[in-house]
Design a protein around this ligand. Structure first.
Ligand code: ATP
Ligand code: MG
Ligand code: MG
Length: 373
């Protein structure tokens, strides 16, 4: 049977494997942590320093490869590509792991996004304040996730503090602060034949920089918004020659959609699709990587995804809520850590809201769910 090798052994790899086993696929993972969430679902490779020998042994172990995290060295993907197929390809990785590359791609494809400046010194920061105005969201160009490596610059006086906090990770990017109405994301999958399918837009709510919950399809959406998002992500998929799932995070503003960032992979805002869509993002990703036909991305009902962050709820408290499903990642509790998620569906949005607030009550950590809207 076909074996898929996954760079990274976090919850995303674990859920890929859970979707792939019924299709007769098997998995191996490249992750140095013996207790990583994917460890129970396949053979694990990767020693403490990710030596070349351990990478080559991983490449020996599988037929076709993918990754579940963009903050990995591109040379890993290049080393695989020299010997075996890897989807998405290195171009998708190189763009998505670097915010400047991402911004340049958006500009090339005429996809609107926040105005920005490249920052290499404290002086550049002051220049950005006068060119772009305040506030500014200053971010590291690489490595950031869950809002880490960011500084909200509210006035010019803070330039020194901002540089002290992030300067060691320069180059940085300073973006104008977008006064968005809400945050949305679109997830698409492209197969090896170029066949492309789109999931409905998700409405995403963050708490302290971490996704807290998503509602799908995003309520009160006009058809034009979905089609615009599909047009943007299509052009990205096509330009990258992307195979597999790709996510585009968006800001909905009074003047339409602005692109925030891409992820060359399955995405937290797509976890609802395990029960909420005919074919989940995980199954569609492994289908694409394995060269199989894609499944329907249709959602029959409104769905929500709620992240379990920091502390576990009592399972019974979650499962007592009608149509709720629990997904735990096998991680130990730690503040700010994604431990699992809950999917819930309903026949209407008001019913969905009611179920979300019952689930919020079941979570031990009230910070985990930020329900003020
Ligand atoms: P992720 O965990 O989604 O990969 P990340 O650390 O890569 O996050 P971003 O998605 O760029 O970082 O930013 C995190 C959050 O910060 C966004 O979801 C949004 O809420 C806010 N944010 C980012 N950029 C801007 C901006 N230019 N204007 C306003 N808010 C922003
Ligand atoms: Mg990101
Ligand atoms: Mg983001």
């Amino acid at each position: 049977s076909l074996r898929i090798g996954v760079l990274g052994g976090g919850q995303l790899g674990r859920m890929m494997a859970l979707a792939g086993y019924p299709l007769g696929l098997s998995f191996s993972f490249f992750d140095k942590a013996a207790d990583c969430p994917s460890a129970a679902l396949g053979e694990r490779f990767g020693d403490a320093d990710y030596s070349d020998e351990s990478l080559q042994a991983f490449i020996d172990s599988a037929d076709v490869f993918t990754y579940e995290f963009e903050n990995i060295p591109t040379r890993w993907v290049e080393a695989i590509a020299a010997r075996k197929p890897v989807y998405p390809g290195v171009k998708s990785l190189a763009v998505s792991q670097n915010r400047l590359n991402e911004k340049r791609l958006f500009a090339e494809l005429n996809i609107p996004s926040a105005r920005y400046a490249e920052i290499r010194s404290e002086d550049d920061l002051r220049r950005a304040v006068s060119d772009l105005g305040l506030p500014l969201v200053v971010k590291t160009v690489t490595e950031g996730y869950d809002g880490k490596g960011q500084f909200l610059l509210r006035d010019a006086e803070q330039a020194a503090a901002c540089w002290a906090a992030l300067g060691a990770s320069a180059p940085l990017i300073a973006e104008e602060f977008i006064q968005f109405k809400r945050e949305l994301s679109i997830i698409a999958v492209r197969g090896q034949s170029g066949e492309t399918k789109f999931y409905p837009l998700a409405e995403n709510h963050h708490n302290h920089g971490i996704l807290s919950h998503s509602i799908v399809p995003a309520p009160l959406l006009d058809e034009n918004t979905q089609l615009t998002a599909e047009r943007y992500i299509s052009s990205i998929l096509h330009e990258l020659g992307h195979v597999g799932v790709l996510t585009l995070e968006l800001f909905e503003t009074r003047h339409g959609l602005l692109a925030n960032e891409t992820a060359p992979r399955v995405h937290n805002s797509g976890h609802w699709s395990i029960e909420g869509a005919h074919c989940s993002q995980f199954e569609n990703h492994v289908r694409a990587v394995a060269g199989l036909p894609l499944g329907s991305t249709r959602a029959e009902k409104p769905s929500a995804m709620i992240n379990i962050i920091g502390r576990h709820p009592a399972s019974a408290d979650v499962l007592r809520v009608t149509d709720a499903h629990l997904h735990l990642y096998g991680k130990t509790e730690r503040e700010g850590r994604k431990l699992g998620h809950i999917t819930v569906t309903a026949d209407s949005y008001p019913e969905l809201e009611m179920r979300i607030s019952r689930l919020a009550d079941a979570l031990p950590n009230p910070m985990a769910l930020h329900l003020s809207r």
